[in-house]
Design a protein around this ligand. Sequence first.
Ligand SMILES: NC(=O)c1ccc[n+]([C@@H]2O[C@H](COP(=O)([O-])OP(=O)(O)OC[C@H]3O[C@@H](n4cnc5c(N)ncnc54)[C@H](OP(=O)(O)O)[C@@H]3O)[C@@H](O)[C@H]2O)c1
Length: 287
Amino acid sequence: MHSVDINGRSVLVTGCSSGIGRSTATYLAHSGFTVFATVRREKDASALRQLGEPNLIPVCPLDLTQPDHIPAVVQLVTDELQHRGQQGLYAIVNNAGTGVTAPIELTDIGKFRNEFDARILGPVALLQAFLPMIRQARGRIVWITTPGLLPIPYVASIHAPDFAVNCLARTLNLELSKWHIPVIMVRCGTIQTAAPDRSAREMQAAIPTGPSDRLALYQEALEKLRVEFGRLDQKRTPVEEVARVIYTALSARRPRLRYQVGRLSGLAATMELLPQSLVDAIMMWRE
Ligand SMILES: NC(=O)c1ccc[n+]([C@@H]2O[C@H](COP(=O)([O-])OP(=O)(O)OC[C@H]3O[C@@H](n4cnc5c(N)ncnc54)[C@H](OP(=O)(O)O)[C@@H]3O)[C@@H](O)[C@H]2O)c1
């Protein structure tokens, strides 16, 4: 057999109010994992509860910009695992994140900082708290990222944390190898969630509110981007495909360290292999 027995194994997934997190949490729970699905708001926990899935346990609140939420999460998971007679936590799926679309010059620093907290510092604090339990379960860690490390204009608040995730995941792989804890990146292309639409709407709303002289400098490029987003939106990959890949990453006896999923994912991964100067020239030409 090439799969591990998932019975009696538990997974914590962050950012489960919508999109990839919610779909993954429900898919894994239907498949037999015990799933701790973290959300920030009680209404989202309640919506998950209403699904009536016994393997799905909403955990609220976990806002990754608030490290003081973590001890209560650890306590809840510890109590529930004990109640279910499970040894350790098998996996964490670091999914939560939002990101804004804007030129770096005009990016809201508070939102930029929140994104680094949600995608880098919060997950590191969470890992520090849960690693003893993951070690006990000989588990694994999964990180959701964009498909390639590329300097794409106007989405640095999403892609800069991706570069950092790449560094963390690969370094953790080395640091945790003696306990056989793989750290896996699931690199997603354009996925059908509410996030891209929200990002486009936020960008649209920001245009008339920013400093008009500086916005004018980017107006043409942002309009072009808006049209490009619209085109991408017509061909996004269903979110369930990501959930299936995450299931594979968690259940394969020997998981790969990188999985690519979603439209344009293969192209981005291939571009990443090109010399940086060539990639930069291609991006400049697109501008
Ligand atoms: N959609 C794509 O095409 C795509 C492609 C590549 C990578 N990704 C990555 O996949 C992840 C999920 O994206 P999605 O498309 O599924 O977006 P989504 O539907 O907007 O889901 C984002 C989730 O993250 C949560 N979240 C945001 N900030 C948080 C924080 N500070 N603490 C805790 N939870 C927080 C949100 O909770 P609230 O509801 O409380 O805000 C929500 O549950 C993101 O990291 C994104 O960068 C997405």
